[in-house]
Design a protein around this ligand. Structure first.
Ligand SMILES: *[C@@H]1O[C@H](CO)[C@@H](O)[C@H](O)[C@H]1NC(C)=O
Ligand SMILES: *[C@@H]1O[C@H](CO)[C@@H](O)[C@H](O)[C@H]1NC(C)=O
Length: 457
C-alpha cells in the first residue's frame, strides 16, 4: 500500500515537474501579435521539418529554464513559422531557425553561436537598459576586467548623450554600453573635454571625435573589436561588417615555427604601433591554419604568410616578397591602402563562375570521400547522361559543340551542388545573409557561425 502511495506521489511530482519544464518555453500562436507588446520576448521561429531547429530544441528548453530560474523578465517562446507564416513574415523571418528578441516595437536578430550561454548572454544584454550606469570606481574596474572592449559615455546630460543612447539601443546586439561620471575613471585617464565617448581597449583608451571619426555609430562599429584578434571564420564574417580590411598572419599553431611567431609578432606590433595610421581601415589578427583562407580565395596560401582581405568585394592582397621586417609589412599595408598593390579575386562574373565550379568540385570530392559508392551513383549517372547527350550533339552538328558541352557541364554541376547545400557553408560565409537568392539555405549554412546582426524592424 505504502509503495503504491509512494509511486503515486512520484507520478504526480514527475507530472508536475515536466509540466513546469514545458511551461518555460511557451508555444506561441496568432494571439502573440498583441500579447508581445506587454513583455520582452525571446522567440525561436522554427519549421517542424528543419534539422537545425531540432538541434536547437533542447538548448531552447535550457535557455527557457535558466532565464526563468534566474528571475529574468524575458519570456521565452517558440512559434511554428510555417503554421503562422503571416506573423513570421511580419517579423522578417526568412530562414529557420530564426531567433529574435522582441522589446517594445523593436526586434533584434540573434545570429551568434546557438549555445545556451551565448543565447542567454544575448538575451540579458539586449533586454536590459541600452546604457548601463557605472556608479563607482569598483564597478568600473570590475567591468574593465570583464570586457575586452568597453564603451563609456563620460559626462552629464547633453545632446551627445542622447545620440549615445540612440546608438546604444541599436548596437546593443554587438556590445555593452556604459555611462559614468569623470570621478569614477582612473586618475590616469585625462579627457580633453566633457562630455566624451571613450572606448577602453588594448590596454589604452580612445576618444570619439566627431570631426575625425564621422558618425558615432560608424565609430562604434569600427572600434568594437580589439586591435588584434585571433580570427576564425565566424570572426572574419563579423569583422567584415565593420567595412575594414582584415590583415591576417596565417600560421600553424599546432606546429609553431620561429617564422610563424615572428610574423605574428610583426602584425601585433603594427596593430599597436601604427594604430593612428591604420586603425580606420584595417583590422589585424592571426588565423590558425590555411584551410579556411584557401577555400575563401580558391587557392593556396603558404603557411606562414600575410594576407589582406577585403571582405566587401572578396578581393585579397599578397605581399610581393616574403615579409621579413616591420618596414616591409608597413609598406605592404600602405600599398594596399594607396591602391598600388595588386588585387586578386573579387566578386566579378569570372570569380562567380569560378566559385560555382570550385564549390561543385569540393562538394563532389567530399561526397566521394565520405561515400564513394554514393558518389558514383550521384555523379556518375548524370555525367553518363550528359556524355550521351554531348555525344548526340557532337555527332549531330560539329560547329559550336564545344560551347554546348561547356554549358551542359556547368548546368549539371550547379544542380548537384544545390542538392548538397551543407558543403557550401564555408564558401558563403563572407556573403552577408541578406545576399543571394538562396536566403533560407544560406542562413542555415551559416549555422552556428553567423554573428548577431542588428535588425530594427
Ligand atoms: C574594398 O571593397 C570596397 C567595396 O567594393 C571598395 O569600395 C574599397 O575601395 C575596397 N578597398 C580596397 C583597399 O581595395
Ligand atoms: C603607395 O605606397 C607604396 C608603399 O608605401 C609606395 O612605395 C608607393 O610609391 C605608393 N604609391 C602611390 C601611387 O602613392
Amino acid at each position: 500500500m505504502a509503495e503504491v502511495k509512494a509511486s503515486l506521489i512520484c507520478g504526480v511530482v514527475v507530472a508536475f515537474l515536466s509540466s513546469a519544464v514545458l511551461a518555460v518555453v511557451e508555444d506561441l500562436d496568432d494571439t502573440f501579435k498583441q500579447a508581445r507588446l506587454d513583455d520582452v520576448w525571446l522567440v525561436d521561429f522554427y519549421a517542424p521539418w528543419c534539422g537545425y531547429c531540432k538541434k536547437l530544441e533542447p538548448i531552447w528548453q535550457d535557455v527557457g529554464a535558466e532565464l526563468k530560474s534566474s528571475g529574468s523578465p524575458v519570456r521565452v517562446g517558440k512559434m511554428d513559422a510555417t503554421a503562422y507564416s503571416g506573423i513570421a513574415s511580419e517579423f522578417g523571418v526568412r530562414g529557420y531557425p530564426t531567433i529574435k528578441l522582441l522589446k517594445g516595437d523593436l526586434a533584434y536578430n540573434y545570429k551568434g553561436p546557438r549555445t545556451k550561454d551565448d543565447i542567454i548572454e544575448f538575451a540579458n544584454r539586449v533586454a536590459g537598459p541600452a546604457v548601463r550606469a557605472l556608479p563607482s570606481k569598483q564597478m568600473f574596474e570590475h567591468m574593465m576586467k570583464r570586457h575586452d572592449v568597453l564603451f563609456v559615455y563620460v559626462g552629464g546630460e547633453s545632446p551627445l548623450k542622447e545620440k549615445y543612447i540612440d546608438v546604444a539601443s541599436e548596437l546593443i546586439v554587438y556590445t555593452y554600453f556604459f555611462s559614468a561620471s569623470e570621478d569614477v575613471l582612473p586618475e590616469t585617464v585625462t579627457l580633453p573635454e566633457l562630455p566624451s565617448v571613450v572606448v577602453f581597449k588594448d590596454g589604452a583608451y580612445f576618444t570619439y571625435d566627431e570631426y575625425e571619426d564621422g558618425t558615432l555609430s560608424s565609430w562604434v562599429n569600427k572600434e568594437r573589436f580589439q586591435g588584434y584578434l585571433e580570427i576564425d571564420g565566424f570572426t572574419l564574417y563579423e569583422l567584415g561588417e565593420t567595412g575594414k580590411l582584415v590583415a591576417i598572419a596565417v600560421i600553424n599553431e599546432k606546429d609553431p615555427t620561429e617564422e610563424s611567431s615572428r610574423l605574428k609578432t610583426l602584425i601585433q606590433r603594427v596593430a599597436k604601433e601604427y594604430r593612428e595610421h591604420f586603425n580606420r581601415d584595417f583590422q589585424f589578427g592571426h588565423m590558425d591554419g590555411n584551410d579556411y583562407i584557401n577555400s575563401l580565395i580558391m587557392g593556396e596560401v603558404t603557411v606562414p604568410s600575410v594576407i589582406i582581405l577585403n571582405t566587401s568585394n572578396e578581393q585579397y592582397f599578397l605581399p610581393s616578397e616574403p615579409t621579413e621586417t616591420m618596414e616591409q609589412l608597413v609598406q605592404f599595408i600602405n600599398s594596399v591602402l594607396n591602391g598600388s598593390a595588386q588585387a586578386y579575386g573579387g566578386d566579378g562574373i569570372i570569380q562567380r563562375v569560378k566559385r560555382v565550379a570550385f564549390d561543385a568540385r569540393s562538394t563532389i570530392m567530399s561526397v566521394f570521400r565520405s561515400s564513394p559508392i554514393l558518389g558514383c551513383f550521384l555523379f556518375g549517372l548524370p555525367l553518363g547522361v550528359i556524355s550521351l547527350m554531348c555525344y548526340g550533339i557532337c555527332t549531330a552538328e560539329s560547329d559550336d559543340s564545344a560551347d554546348d558541352i561547356d554549358l551542359l557541364k556547368r548546368e549539371g554541376l550547379t544542380d548537384e551542388e544545390e542538392e548538397e547545400e551543407d558543403e557550401r557553408r564555408r564558401a558563403h560565409e563572407l556573403e552577408g545573409p541578406e545576399d543571394g537568392e538562396n536566403e533560407e539555405e544560406d542562413e542555415e549554412d551559416l549555422e552556428e557561425k553567423a554573428p548577431e546582426e542588428k535588425k530594427m524592424d
